[in-house]
Design a protein around this ligand. Structure first.
Ligand code: NAD
Length: 496
């Protein structure tokens, strides 16, 4: 069986003491195995990054960016392979996988701008014959730990910017779908990146804990579920590292009575069920203001959901594919059963979805749950499946209170024709990314991505300008070149 290993110091490595199965979620079959790195293997990757750092740090930013330009071309030329690797291990349909890759490429397009982003600030004559400037220096060896749901894009949120800023990187992708990240990293080496600047290790908690505890690692970027994000953030910062850890989500959409219901329905169907709901920006709660809006929304959704097509990743006419594992499929089904037990009404039930020829795949069909309420598990917890719950409220204030009281604060949106209401909403809601008649307000690569509350531990958001700040530390230099022969006596007052 094909074993997925590691990429250390430019070499493919296998460390097969511990192996874990990788599934093809469309068929339910084990397709490959991944080697889970030992502490020693991770330490080797860190050592390779540390050895590459002195030369890479002193490589001019324009030369670093030039390698990223070549990398972008290689990614575009290899799109088909990457999309297939994502489909085989994640189950994403090709249109969705290609969209994920395109978003990743946009992050490295922004990273190509490094010479401009790293210019720093300069002030002449801050004192007599004294100039001062601030520069952004790299941190050294930095690491990224990424989730299964965007196996190509989320690593590309991290290392292109970290690397063009002069750092060396150790990536630990999700052990559930590691192949696309490994293949993409090999393309960066082909583009001319020196050995050791980017290393990829596959693994589980043992690999993560090694990165968190090794004193050579200066900073950690994490994306995954909230309990692990909190653990990573607490451990990394306790160990003196810089850390940004993004967690889970429960994104609400408010549907106002004046909304264009047809548009809102289409938008919700895509945002709730696209990628089987396995997106941290998926809309999983629709908050309908008033019973009239709620009834019309539920009827519209029920009608539209009849045409949803779930199936194998190989058929690009499918709307969405399977869930990542059998265990996760069972968990999603348990949330739906639990919602019925708690008194919500299941309007469309995806628990018995079957796909001809793929009877063992991990499929759940689009599911709609009405009359959900705070306190119910289907409302409070992140389901991470193709499940949309409807909560009915009487006013926009009630809807906003619901969102503000929820533990997560990743994304949200409002559907309305009222500009004043929309402005009040975006100004006051306690959520990091806000859409107005836009269901998935994922910031473009030259802004930054991040939630509030328990969706983000740390201060700086992912990619965009915040990534430059995260992957550099500021140094301010004050310099004086007195004219020959000019002598100054000692000064005892604080310099001003
Ligand atoms: P996960 O937390 O299970 O895994 C994420 C990473 O942490 C993986 O690399 C995994 O190997 C590692 N990990 C898992 N358990 C660990 C442990 N006990 N100790 C140390 N490391 C451990 O998340 P997932 O299931 O792969 O991804 C889905 C989650 O990610 C969802 O909650 C989703 O909302 C979230 N997510 C958030 C964002 C965001 O930007 N906020 C983006 C994408 C996904």
């Amino acid at each position: 069986m094909n074993i997925i290993g590691h990429l250390i110091n430019g070499e493919n490595r296998e460390d097969s003491a511990r192996l874990q199965d990788i599934y093809n979620p469309s068929t339910g079959e084990v397709s490959k195995q991944v080697a889970l790195a030992s502490k020693e293997t991770v330490e080797e990757a860190i050592a390779a990054a540390e050895a590459a750092y002195p030369e890479w740090r002193n490589t001019p930013p324009a030369k670093r960016a030039r390698i990223m330009f070549r990398f972008k071309t290689l990614l575009e030329e290899n799109t088909e392979t990457i999309v297939r690797l994502i489909g085989e291990e994640h189950g994403k349909i090709s249109h969705d996988a290609a969209g994920e890759l395109q978003r990743g490429i946009e992050n490295l397009e922004y990273a190509c701008y490094a010479p401009e982003l790293l210019k720093g600030e300069h002030s002449k004559n801050v004192g007599p014959a004294i100039d001062s400037w601030s520069e952004m220096q790299p941190l050294g060896v930095v690491a990224g730990i990424t989730p299964f749901n965007f196996p190509a894009m989320v690593p590309l949120w991290m290392y292109p910017m970290a690397i063009v800023c002069g750092n060396c990187f150790v990536l630990k992708p999700s052990e559930r779908d590691p192949s696309s990240a490994l293949f993409i990293a090999s393309l960066l080496l082909e583009a001319g990146l020196p050995k050791g600047v980017l290393n990829v290790i596959n693994g589980d908690k043992e690999a993560v804990d090694t990165l968190l505890n090794d004193t050579r690692v200066q900073a950690i970027s994490f994306v995954g579920s909230t309990p692990i994000a909190e653990y990573v953030y607490t451990t990394a910062t306790k160990n003196g590292k810089r850390c940004q850890a993004r967690g889970g989500a429960k994104n609400h959409a408010i549907i106002m009575p004046d909304a264009d219901m047809e548009n809102a329905t289409e938008a919700l169907v895509g945002a709730a069920f696209g990628s089987s709901g396995e997106r941290c920006m998926a809309i999983s709660v629709a908050v309908a203001v008033g019973d009239e809006a709620a009834n019309s929304l539920v009827e519209g959704l029920k009608g539209r959901m009849k045409t949803l097509k779930v199936g194998a990743f190989t058929d690009s006419t499918n709307d969405f594919g399977p869930l990542i594992t059998k265990t996760h499929m069972e968990k999603v089904k348990a949330y739906i059963s639990g919602a019925a037990d708690e008194g919500a009404s299941i309007e469309v039930d995806g628990r018995n979805a079957t796909v001809d020829g793929y009877e063992n795949g991990f499929y759940v069909g689009g599911t709609l749950i009405d009359h959900a309420k705070p306190g119910m598990k289907c409302y409070e917890e992140e389901i991470f499946g193709p499940v949309l719950v409807i909560v009915r409220v009487n006013s926009m204030e009630d809807a906003m209170r619901l969102i503000d009281d929820h533990e997560y604060g990743n994304g949200t949106c409002i559907f309305t024709r009222d500009g004043e209401a929309a402005r009040y909403f975006s100004d006051n809601i306690k959520v990091g990314m806000v859409g107005i008649n836009v269901p998935l307000p994922v910031p473009v690569s030259y802004h930054s991505f991040g939630g509030w509350k328990r969706s983000l531990f740390g201060d700086l958001h992912a990619y965009g300008p915040d990534a430059v700040r995260f992957y550099t530390k500021r140094k301010t230099i004050t310099q004086r070149w007195p004219s020959a022969g000019v002598r100054e006596g000692a000064q005892f007052a604080f310099p001003s």
